[in-house]
Design a protein around this ligand. Sequence first.
Ligand SMILES: C[S@@+](CC[C@H](N)C(=O)[O-])C[C@H]1O[C@@H](n2cnc3c(N)ncnc32)[C@H](O)[C@@H]1O
Length: 290
Amino acid sequence: MAEQSGWMSTSGPGPTAANPVSDQGKPQVARMYDYYLGGKDHFEADREAASETMRLWPNVASGARANRHFLHVAVEHLAREQGIDQFIDIGTGIPTEPNTHQIAQYYQPQARVLYTDNDPIVMTYAQALLTSSPQGRVDYIEADLRKPQDILNHPCLAGPEPVLDLSRPVALFVVAIFHFITDEDGPSELLRTLMEPLAPGSHLVLSHASGDYDEGVEEAAEFYRSRNLPARTRSREEVEELVTGAGIELVEPGVQPVHRWWPGRPARLAPAAVSTDAQCPGYGVMARKR
Ligand SMILES: C[S@@+](CC[C@H](N)C(=O)[O-])C[C@H]1O[C@@H](n2cnc3c(N)ncnc32)[C@H](O)[C@@H]1O
């Protein structure tokens, strides 16, 4: 487990000559997403696949920004208004400012954030770029959402000096990741397993691609599958079933287009909306464990 005085305080570029990226020849969803967001951490294979996705789904870049905006609003709400200071962010992605811990620690400087992704490239960037506040803590583990016990049993959560105290509320973020989980993987069961050890008052924040508004989303999913990247869009009803099937209660305004989700109030267009209904990439939802 990395300490704050170790790689947490490092800043600088991601992969280097001494720590190269091994699979530059195959597109990876984390680097394609970075391309949509205008980042610089991608290779030719990612750019080629991302460009084809943008042809099939011209709104993918605005959709990615709308999704990031949802994530930002949700972290701010939980840290500022609910006093949550412990976060698990699964499917972290290549660091993109502001990252979860930066917003959380702005409101709760002592906040602790555990990032998880199954892509070793994300780990490399995270080690270089995710730096905690002095009072808080940021850790990163490489693990797969489809093996939740690997996350729950990791020393960061189950060791003698865990990063997070699971007897207090935690916010579990699974933002823009469950559309990479197929039905065969048992998505509701995965969520239930991850929420089970969390204390009452813990929250779930989830966003999910859907073709309900923009047919380009499903065309893009088909293209991902053709490149052996798992992709399963879900309807509004399926997203709601996914969350409620995990035994947790939706927080108002329930399952909403990401750009209309706003905590505790009727759905409305977010002030910084970067997407219209016709361009909607999918749904955002927050739920609370009783
Ligand atoms: C579209 S990005 C989302 C990044 C960030 N959560 C956001 O919403 O801005 C999806 C991330 O999920 C990761 N991912 C995909 N499948 C995963 C799995 N089975 N386990 C862990 N991470 C996964 C990818 O590597 C990628 O970094």
